[in-house]
Design a protein around this ligand. Sequence first.
Ligand code: C5P
Length: 314
Amino acid sequence: MRSYSLIAPAKINLYLEIIGDRPDNYHELAMILQSISLADQIDIRAIRIETIIIRCEHPLVPPDLGNIAYRAAYLLSQEFPDALARYGGIEITIHKNIPVAAGLAGGSANAAAVLVGLDLMWELGLTQGELQQLGAKLGSDVPFCVSGGTALATGRGEILSPLPNLNHLYVVLAKYKDISISTPWAYRTYRQKLAHTYISDSESQENSRQRVNSGPMVSAIAHRDNIEIGKLLHNDLEKIVLPEYPQLLKLREAFASQSVLGTMMSGSGPTIFALTESQAQAEEVEAAVKGEMANPNLEFWIAELNSNGITVAN
Ligand code: C5P
């Protein structure tokens, strides 16, 4: 039986607006999500014993139900018990390049890769929509990670409308090794501090979604207006995370003082990214910010924006 290697790209948020509350305790969001070339590799193979084994050298990636990639394999084994009986257990090896708990959807991308890989290995013939529906049971970012590219994401983040791709742009990412941020903490604190700004009736929520859908960022993306895209980067969670972590604010300011299109925190952080128009410009910005911050705990990556969801590497 075949084994599969899958490439699982990270994502950044070009836009994240918190519209209001939802009955399921999640937040109603309007986001613009973008996949990038920084990616993990996930190898999947069948094993004789009917169990799920996760292998990963990264110390922060758990080998059990604490790992969303494990939960993805478990979910499919529950949904398709005949396939599990026919093909045996699953060994998943995660080669981590995407930093963990960084606001880059690394775990969600791994889960999406397990769904796509098991669909192939077990010959389930699921459509992309079916894979995304299963992904939504695992986490709000998983459906996007299946299809990737540039997309408007509403609802919890699982309702996706594709946008024109931005493959011509580059991004410099920076993350402090010693800062990890819990997404539930960021949203919980947002609710504690800013619930008075929430829109709760469904008609007003729909108006807010429409405002983003036909708004200036979507228009700038459609026109490939790089300057406008840079200016319109937005993330409501910065209001919570940056005051709590002054180093991140300083890092963001260091990026903003360079010749970049724009800079922003991704997701619930702590990764800060800056958009540039070329790889050379990205390298210059990285060197300048590295020099200015002079902190051995600060790690950098350069990536291209791309239109890839989960792809098969072999
Ligand atoms: O869906 P996911 O497990 O990735 O979400 C992580 C946490 O982020 C949730 O437990 C919730 O606290 C918060 N969240 C939210 N509203 C969303 C997405 C996530 O409040 N739309």
